[in-house]
Design a protein around this ligand. Structure first.
Ligand SMILES: [Zn+2]
Length: 454
């Protein structure tokens, strides 16, 4: 049984909220646990797919929630149809094990498995399918009401409403999981709760005294204890129907940290003459591709937890001007400039730059030409233009106090796997070989990761 808590941070689960989580603490005491390094980039999509496939994001061709489409500069949302590799439940099913992936990101639309699947967040609603087999949809709705794959509008100021929505979604997910576990008795079940990620984005500034906008004594200060305790009691209910032969793992796809602001990556490219607009923007707003003067643009960027810089390459982009033979020189030039990046007052901002072709084992799909992390993820990449500053305090996608952090959590106990206590060095890619190891399924060729079950 794998229980995934999206965005669970080691400092909170292992330390700050440990007293509010007696069931999780018990898993740790009798098991193996430690921080677990996320994927590159450390974003929900692709991180969970890296975890359940043992492949890096380059091999998957998944560089974020949205990916480039050949022949246009626009990006489009990805879904399960963009996953071109087998996932851990596919390998298990082929070996005759009955599986139940529940609410795992990038399982919408659901795919056929040897067992049951319930789609995760990004399920679009309406007439879209969300269960395999489809008859399960009716059965679950009869028992647990309309399916809630996510919380609407979690970057909003209506915090009381957000918290209510998170809790009722979390309750429904754990009830469905308990029902599937007890009634369908799968050999392998994996559930992912997205509610914790939404909680962090909405409440981080209120629960973290280290956040620059934290107000001491605010009414939400203790809500972290409350929600983590809620998760723990739901986990405890699930564990009550787990026998000693079952291996239980509690994992997360990345951690969380205070957001200290954002670096306006397109403003920076504009100031360096790499990006040109047809007219000066009237005020701050997203970079509209219709407003870009592509005949004078060599590079533009997409914002988010990290910056994705794309070059306007002749033959690849609709109005490309950079000859492919000059791409390497442009890349070197921009990398060198990023290394001397400063804020508006001239203070240096540390950056980490990755070149996808060099970093990943393989590069599929449409990778960025450069991937940039600002100040170890303290700063987001802000894609907006017309800001007239390099650094801003707020996210351009709505109020948000939380960025992702490199380390998530890994806890494993039971079923005769070694209890190592606290360990260092676990990686998100370890989960697939570990699960396969527990079942004695041969390790597929070329997957990443270490088997912690031996
Ligand atoms: Zn996530």
């Amino acid at each position: 049984m794998v229980i995934g808590l999206d965005c669970a941070a080691p400092e909170l689960v292992f330390d700050r909220y440990r007293d509010s989580m007696p069931n999780v603490a018990q898993l740790m005491e009798a098991g193996t646990w430690g921080p677990m390094r996320s994927s590159e980039p450390p974003i929900t999509v692709p991180a969970w797919t890296c975890m359940v496939s043992g492949r890096d994001a380059g091999e998957l061709g998944l560089y974020g929630f949205r990916n480039r489409v050949p022949g246009q500069t626009a990006l489009r949302l990805v879904d399960a149809r963009d996953v071109a590799v087998k996932r851990v439940w596919d390998w298990l099913g082929e070996h005759g094990h009955r599986v139940a992936p529940l609410f795992v990101p990038l399982t919408s639309p659901p795919t056929a498995v040897h067992g049951q699947m319930v789609s995760g967040f990004m399920y679009p609603g309406g007439d879209a399918r969300w269960c395999f087999p489809r008859a399960l949809e009716h059965e679950l709705e009869q028992r647990f009401g309309p399916y809630r794959a996510d919380v609407d509008d979690f970057r909003s100021d209506d915090l009381d409403r957000i918290y209510r929505d998170i809790v009722s979604m979390t309750n429904q997910h754990f009830e469905i999981a308990r029902f599937i576990w007890n009634e369908r008795q799968p050999d392998f079940m994996m559930m992912v709760e997205i509610g914790l990620d939404r909680f962090h984005h909405a409440f981080w500034r209120h629960i973290d005294p280290g956040h620059p906008a934290h107000e001491p004594g605010n009414p939400y200060l203790e809500l972290g204890h409350k929600y983590y305790a809620k998760l723990d009691s739901r986990i405890g209910e699930l564990l009550a129907s787990v026998d000693d032969d079952t291996v239980v793992a509690l994992v997360s796809d990345h951690g969380a940290r205070a957001m200290h602001g954002g670096l306006c990556i397109n403003e920076w490219l504009l100031a360096r003459g790499q990006l040109a607009l047809k007219a000066e923007p009237a005020g701050p707003g997203p970079l509209r591709h219709d407003d870009v003067d592509w005949s004078r643009t060599k590079a533009w960027a997409e914002g988010g937890y990290y910056g994705r810089i794309f070059f306007n390459v002749a033959g690849r982009e609709p109005d490309g001007i950079v000859p492919p033979s000059e791409m390497a020189a442009l890349r070197d030039h921009i990398v060198a400039e990023l290394e001397t990046l400063t804020d508006d007052d001239g203070a240096p901002i540390p950056t980490e730059v990755r070149i996808p072709e060099e970093y990943y084992r393989q590069v599929r799909g449409f990778p960025p030409d450069l991937m940039v992390y600002f100040d170890d993820l303290r700063l987001r990449a802000i894609g907006s233009v017309g800001v007239r500053r390099r650094l801003v305090r707020e996210n351009d996608g709505g109020p948000d106090g939380c960025n992702h952090a490199w380390n998530g959590i890994f806890i494993m106990r039971g079923g005769g796997v070694p209890a190592r206590g606290r360990v260092e060095g676990a990686e998100i890619y370890d989960v697939t070989p570990t699960v396969l190891g527990v079942f004695g399924v041969p390790r597929p060729p070329n997957i990443l990761g270490r088997d912690w079950s031996v």
